[in-house]
Write a protein that binds this ligand. Structure first.
Ligand SMILES: [Zn+2]
Ligand SMILES: [Zn+2]
Length: 377
């Protein structure tokens, strides 16, 4: 009896530890960013592969990985023209991958969008067409005809990995006259500034100059955990989409209107008009009080800042005030509350903190500045 009790206690202790451990592991890999004042923030990964083109996994794994990562929206964008597993997996129906993924996601919150990768030599290179009705109809001799068919089906089309050294030995994204024609005809709506583990600095300029939606994707072929070292604390690259509603139509509307920010290797990349509210929604004042010493109030304010996002922010102080414990460049950890000691030079009942966010980019090596209002409570 005693033995049983001890054993039960032991088992309970083990399950408690296990629950804590797995509970933490599960929540810590979920990608979390706050909503904007006027929009829902949806986490999307809109470029992925399965065995139905050149990937190594069945579509159910893509669905499960997305659910593990807290991804809201995915698309399996199989290569239309490149089907290396065809002998083992005869794939006449290019919609099959989507149909399977959609069925696996049934009963979950995951939104699966029908898409395909138009896979051509550069130019135009590879492009993803999302929100299509029938992938089979995109198989055309001429690349432009494939783009036109996608557009006829209502697609949002973006240029994939414009920096890819597999097609472009310089690794530098360059807009060709064919791309210009596609943009002019409304056949190219977005561009990847990050793909898998690469960043295309020039693609951000192409996006800004041509009003293309800024995209970032995993382009995963194997396993997300291996490619992005999730057990080691990594994260998959995603496009945060700012939608009016949590639905396929909501995502489509946001993509066509360019309401995105890419999260890539702990960097945020997007238009300043979306970066600033995203970061300001992530970093908010929790509380403030002035430090006392020997019973006397000082002119050093303790400002508690909550970071309700997964980003580790790298901030450079742009305020008039300096910090008591930190250099002007410092980091704020994700999902924590940090106390900053601010030397305000006087007792102030309100003031603004301003920081340049060094791990956020809106144009060529340009970082946004955010303001955190501090009000004594
Ligand atoms: Zn590709
Ligand atoms: Zn791809």
């Amino acid at each position: 009896m005693i033995f049983f009790k001890t054993k039960l206690k032991y088992l309970l202790a083990i399950s408690f530890v296990a629950l804590q451990f797995f509970g933490q592991a599960q929540t810590s890999r979920k990608i979390r960013f706050p909503n904007l004042p006027n929009y829902l923030t949806l986490v999307t990964d809109l470029h992925q592969h399965s065995v139905f083109s050149d990937g190594s996994v069945w579509p159910d794994i893509r669905v499960e990985e997305a659910i593990f990562d807290g991804v809201d929206v995915i698309s399996l964008t199989e290569h239309l023209e490149y089907q290396p597993h065809q002998q083992d997996i005869p794939n006449k129906d290019r919609n099959r991958s989507y149909d399977l993924a959609k069925a696996y996601a049934e009963g979950t919150d995951l939104i699966v969008i029908r898409g395909a990768e138009i896979t051509r030599n550069l130019p135009p290179g590879h492009s993803n067409a999302l929100f299509i009705q029938d992938a089979n109809k995109l198989i055309k001799e001429n690349a432009i005809d494939a783009f036109r068919e996608a557009k006829n089906q209502g697609a949002f089309i973006f240029w994939n990995h414009p920096n890819w050294i597999g097609q472009n030995r310089l690794g530098i994204s360059q807009l060709s006259s064919l791309h210009q024609q596609l943009i002019d005809e409304g056949l190219l709506n977005g561009i990847e500034v990050t793909n898998e583990n690469t960043f295309a600095e020039q693609a951000l300029e192409i996006a800004n100059q041509n009003n293309l939606t800024i995209m970032g994707t995993s382009d995963v072929h194997g396993l997300i955990d291996w490619l992005f070292d999730i057990p080691g604390g990594g994260h998959r690259p995603v496009t945060l989409v700012f939608a009016k509603e949590r639905s396929e139509d909501g995502v489509k509307d946001a993509l066509f209107r360019g309401r995105t920010v890419v999260w890539y290797q702990n960097n945020l990349i997007g238009q300043e008009q979306y970066l600033v509210p995203l970061i300001q929604s992530s970093l908010t004042m929790d509380s403030v009080y002035y430090e006392t010493y020997d019973g006397q109030i000082t002119q050093v304010a303790n400002v508690r800042i909550t970071n309700s996002s997964d980003a580790t922010y790298v901030l450079s102080n742009e305020s008039d005030f300096s910090l008591y414990t930190k250099q002007h460049v410092f980091t704020i950890d994700p999902n924590t509350t940090t106390t900053l000691m601010i030397k305000t030079g006087a007792f102030l009942d309100h003031f603004d903190l301003q920081f340049q966010v060094l791990n956020a980019t809106f144009a060529y090596r340009k970082h946004p500045t955010i303001t955190i209002p501090v009000i004594l409570n």
